[in-house]
Design a protein around this ligand. Sequence first.
Ligand SMILES: Cc1cc2nc3c(=O)[nH]c(=O)nc-3n(C[C@H](O)[C@H](O)[C@H](O)COP(=O)(O)O)c2cc1C
Length: 158
Amino acid sequence: MTTLVVASSQHGSTREIAERIAKVLRVNKGVTTVVEHPKDAPKWLATVDAVVVALPIYRDALDKAGKAFLDTHRAELADKSLFILASGAAPSINPRLQATIDSYGPRDTAYLRGALTEEKLGFLDKLSIKLVKGQYGDFRNWEAIEAWGKSLSDRGAH
Ligand SMILES: Cc1cc2nc3c(=O)[nH]c(=O)nc-3n(C[C@H](O)[C@H](O)[C@H](O)COP(=O)(O)O)c2cc1C
């Protein structure tokens, strides 16, 4: 069986988290994994029984492409072992977004901090960050990311 890892990402840091999760599942747990963008992921749904969806938070909302995948495939995902990982720069997730994530019926969820790199952003995005006094930096905790990834094999990602 293959575990599908759906990586929604605007500037690449959530994609790297998703790839690391796929790697630890493959290398440490012997799980066959495939990492896909939400647009290319649906073709796998008929053949996998575990799905990990990784999506960033932008402007206090779940990233559109990742959320569209969850919304469009809600019924199919209900029959699978579903895991959802949200990533943002804030130290913790807004409870309203956590409630939205929980509404998809995941077997487990994680909030893992991402990376905010000034050089990757356009003028308007930089202005938004300035307005909320956001901090730039790479906040990813690779140990926590790998630990969560490995834990999925005991809960249906195989
Ligand atoms: C314009 C903008 C708005 C953002 N809004 C939020 C937010 O509301 N909450 C949060 O925790 N992080 C926020 N972030 C931080 C991103 O979630 C973080 O940088 C994430 O790792 C980006 O993932 P990506 O590189 O895969 O696109 C924002 C970043 C940008 C550029």
